[in-house]
Design a protein around this ligand. Structure first.
Ligand SMILES: Cc1cc2nc3c(=O)[nH]c(=O)nc-3n(C[C@H](O)[C@H](O)[C@H](O)COP(=O)(O)O)c2cc1C
Length: 396
């Protein structure tokens, strides 16, 4: 309540016109290391930038003088009805952005009628997150801690009512996020006073975030990675990821303990898409982890046509990466995505203003999508198709 009251004093949410405004508000509230953890990408951040920029290469072909009195944004993904054609992507450590961040974001997702995806690397218990949303939720699996630890979590997710399991396959090792090094992430996580001192100003200069952080229990652990001696500590994440690479052979035992649909996330090329389908994936996500893993891979919107063609309608194809405007969502749907996942777009909102900020992010995207569709002359999601966009000839 305190947070919401303070938010209303600071600003009226409608003042934020686009996602870039929420990004700036997040930057003002967060210490540099936390903001850059959300905002940054791997290596030279080429893929990070390209994800958003490449949407500009796709241009619209509107049908004008068409009356579109109402716009129906409803669709389904894996048979689940959605009120909007976007899902919340798994975003680890959201609890660092706002107190009980995963629960706050999940609540908004459910309220607006979409799916919340919970990362293995979350600060809130998967049971508490599921309880906080009136809508459906997916669980994103990393094999941190090894197979037995992951199997126990999958079991919990199944019993709690998560309706699909996302298996992220692009994280053999953690990408090199150069900003984390410059901001002293290692020294900060060591929790030793002397190495921490040169980096202390970024926290001292953000007293509102600092107060929220301590009120929420300080540095979070990972309660969904239950090791024999308790939840995995924050500092251990990079090593844990490196020791727990997912391979295609893992799908067999995962399918034995998880009877529901499996969504393979992190597909870049047609061959992997076909492989995922052959291995029994119910859906795939064309994703480069928001430019946080292998730098130099193409923007996801650029990879989408190849993958849609390879999959040939056998499973639903989703896409994430770089979505900052409703027009981006519409372009992805025209090129064959069933729906998209949004990552930073809602994470900036969460970091800027909690519930009100996430709500503002989805309000912006929803209004953008509606306006774009009306200007295109299309009244429903299923009406969007390839004929409404042009792509550069070398994409074909
Ligand atoms: C701060 C942050 C943390 C993330 N953590 C995870 C994660 O734990 N698991 C995962 O599969 N993807 C993770 N991702 C990737 C997102 O699920 C998604 O692929 C990406 O954010 C999409 O790009 P966008 O942020 O440009 O929308 C993370 C992304 C961000 C920005």
């Amino acid at each position: 309540m305190m947070c919401r009251g303070r938010w209303h004093k600071v600003a009226d949410a409608s003042r934020f016109i686009n996602i870039a405004d929420l990004r700036r508000a997040a930057e003002r509230r967060l210490p540099r290391s936390v903001f850059d953890y959300i905002d940054g990408g791997a290596d030279g951040e080429v893929t990070l930038r390209e994800n958003t920029r490449a949407f500009d290469d796709v241009t619209f072909r509107p049908r004008c003088a068409v009356e579109v009195p109402a716009c129906d944004l409803r669709t389904t993904v894996l048979g689940t009805p959605l009120a909007v054609p976007f899902i919340f992507a798994p975003v680890g450590s959201s609890r660092m952005f706002w107190p009980r961040g995963e629960e706050v974001a999940a609540r908004v997702a459910g309220r607006i009628g979409t799916i919340y995806s919970l990362s293995t690397l979350s600060g809130c218990r998967l049971e508490d997150v599921k309880k906080s949303t009136p809508g459906p939720a997916w669980y994103q699996l990393y094999l941190c801690g090894g197979r037995d630890v992951a199997a126990a979590t999958v079991q919990r997710a199944r019993e709690t009512g998560y309706s699909a399991l996302i298996l992220t396959i692009d994280t053999a090792v953690s990408g090199l996020r150069e900003r984390d090094f410059r901001n002293g992430a290692k020294a900060i996580l060591s929790r030793k006073l002397v190495p921490l001192l040169p980096h202390a100003w970024q926290f001292v200069s953000r007293p509102r975030w600092l107060a929220d952080f301590y009120r929420d229990g300080g540095l979070m652990k990972f309660p969904n990675v239950m090791l024999p001696d308790g939840p995995m500590p924050y500092a251990d994440v990079a090593a844990a990821l490196e020791q727990s690479t997912v391979t295609w052979s893992d799908l067999k035992w995962i399918r034995e303990i998880w009877k529901g649909p499996i969504v393979i996330k992190g597909v870049h090329i047609g061959d992997d898409a076909r492989r995922a389908v052959d291995e029994g994936a119910a859906a795939i996500v064309v994703s480069n982890h928001g430019g946080r893993q292998l730098d130099g891979v193409p923007a996801t919107i650029r990879s989408l046509p190849e993958i849609v063609q390879a999959v040939d309608g056998r499973v639903e194809v989703l896409l994430d990466g770089g979505i900052r405007r409703g027009g981006h969502v519409v372009k992805a749907l025209c090129l064959g995505a069933r729906a998209v996942l949004i990552g930073r777009a809602y994470a900036y909102g969460l970091a800027a203003a909690g519930d009100a900020g996430v709500q503002r992010a989805v309000d912006i995207l929803r209004a953008d999508i509606t306006r774009t569709m009306k200007l295109l002359g299309v009244g429903s999601i299923e009406g969007l198709d390839r004929s409404y966009v042009d792509v550069p000839s070398h994409w074909e």
